[in-house]
Design a protein around this ligand. Structure first.
Ligand code: FE2
Length: 453
């Protein structure tokens, strides 16, 4: 575990060899979480705490699709839990790259394409042959895919985002779902109830961005993951594509992490009316991103009001208080920083096309670059300015909804509200959350983040 965690560790966890959370040793130890997940309601999400396979009934056939970087004990535990429910479970393990340390460009390699994604799937979408197998062989449920939207198919399809046992802990995966949902509702309503208000987003690493909350996208029920029924665990402070002509998102996004690369020297991304106008720093990640901007600057994508690929559409807020960065974060097999974007109050910013959208189909058919790239904000403050005053949504990386009386009252039904409504893991950022020199850290953050891993 990299970072600070309170003393309220799950009792199953003991200090490991690196001083963090130890590996759980057997499938038996994982069964509590596996049973809890397997019996929870299905809501087609890959957000820990909202994953379930509970519509499974005796005699049904389930296909689990994972890859060779997934810890097989997790797969075995989920399969055993489903078999306890009377299902027949088959597992396919797709060969993937051997484990190694992250490099500077892994984010780009796993997220950007110049061909239809079916020909070369990105990390967070299903493997086409596994999806075909589930469809053609008559499975009732396919459990597959680490993130992104789950495709709509004729059978049930649910996610499997865990790669290492640090992801499969009880605290985050079995967090009381009614409480998690209410945290989402109270966070979301602060934005959705205030069209015409202004979002002001800042972060100690240098982000300073503001935007008007546009009414039209909020009222459009066809908007993916938006409107009055958003995607729990991934609350969008900016509407997904298409980008509106009156989008006034302007400012700078700055940070040192993305979903799936080595940490990079601090990057600054300037945004004007939602369009990226400049990138400074970022080391090799920044240099590669500038090349992709040069390649696409004159292309008119169908979802954007003017040419270019890199428009801001994703400002997504995590909502699970119990998410922890895994120990082996230096390696591909940790799943990278993509996991921790689920922690309550962490925001990931995304610029480019929306995942598996019509514009990505359009670009893939034309062999044009598509996809989106991220910068994470680990300790943001997000305020909604309204005519009636300022409404805090996140303050220094902590959801303001934790303090709402209704949320605290519901938490009391499940345990100690102070323990439940508490972010167990706070990332260590020198000069921000722990003592140190931020400027020194920001030159080469991997040296600090990988220390001891
Ligand atoms: Fe994204």
């Amino acid at each position: 575990m990299c970072g600070s965690r309170g003393a309220d560790l799950d009792s199953r966890m003991e200090p490991g060899p690196s001083g963090g959370v130890s590996r759980v040793l057997s499938v038996t130890d994982l069964m509590e979480v596996a049973r809890g997940v397997a019996r929870s309601p299905e809501v087609r999400r890959t957000a820990a705490g909202f994953i379930g396979y509970g519509a499974t009934t005796p005699g049904q056939r389930v296909l689990i699709g994972v890859d060779t970087q997934t810890d097989p004990a997790i797969t075995d535990a989920i399969a055993a839990a489903l078999r306890e429910m009377g299902a027949s479970v088959d597992v396919v393990i797709a060969q993937t790259e051997a484990d190694r340390e992250f490099d500077d460009l892994d984010e780009i390699k796993v997220a950007m394409r110049r061909q239809p994604w079916v020909e070369n799937p990105r990390r967070w979408e299903g493997t086409p042959w596994i999806e075909d197998l589930a469809g053609t062989r008559g499975y009732d449920l396919l459990i597959h895919g680490k993130g992104g939207a789950i495709p709509k198919v004729s059978h049930r399809y649910e996610g499997f985002p865990w790669v290492v046992q640090d992801h499969f802990d009880a605290a985050s995966n079995l967090f009381p779902r009614p409480l998690h949902r209410l945290i989402n509702e109270h966070t979301w309503s602060r934005i959705a109830a205030n069209p015409g208000g202004r979002i002001r987003l800042t972060d100690p690493e240098g982000t300073n961005l503001s935007l008007t909350i546009l009414g039209q996208p909020l009222l459009d029920d066809t908007r993916h993951d938006y409107g009055m029924t958003p995607k729990w665990g991934h609350l969008m402070a900016h509407p997904p594509t298409p980008i509106e002509r009156d989008d006034d998102s302007t400012g700078t996004i700055a940070g040192t992490l993305n979903h799936f690369s080595r940490p990079f020297p601090r990057i600054e991304v300037d945004i004007e009316n939602a369009r990226m106008t400049d990138i400074r720093g970022g080391g090799a990640y920044g240099a590669a991103w500038r090349e992709l901007e040069a390649e696409t600057k004159d292309i008119q994508y169908p979802c954007f009001p003017a040419p270019g690929l890199f428009w801001l559409w994703e400002l997504a807020i995590g909502t699970n208080p119990k998410i922890v960065r895994p120990d082996n974060i230096r390696n591909l097999s940790s799943g990278g920083f993509e996991w921790e974007r689920r922690r309550a109050g962490i925001i990931h910013c995304g610029l480019g096309t929306r995942w598996r959208s019509s514009e990505e189909v359009w670009a893939g058919e034309r062999r044009l670059l598509y996809g989106h790239l991220h910068v994470h904000l680990l300790a943001p403050t997000l305020i909604v300015e309204t005519a009636g005053g300022e409404i805090p949504v996140i303050v220094d990386g902590r959801l303001a909804a934790y303090d709402d009386p209704e949320v605290r009252d519901l938490a009391a039904q499940f345990g100690d509200p102070d323990q439940l409504l508490h972010d167990d893991w706070i990332p260590d950022i020198p000069g921000v959350t722990v003592p140190g020199d931020y400027a020194e850290y920001a030159k080469d953050p991997s040296r600090f983040i990988y220390a001891g891993t």
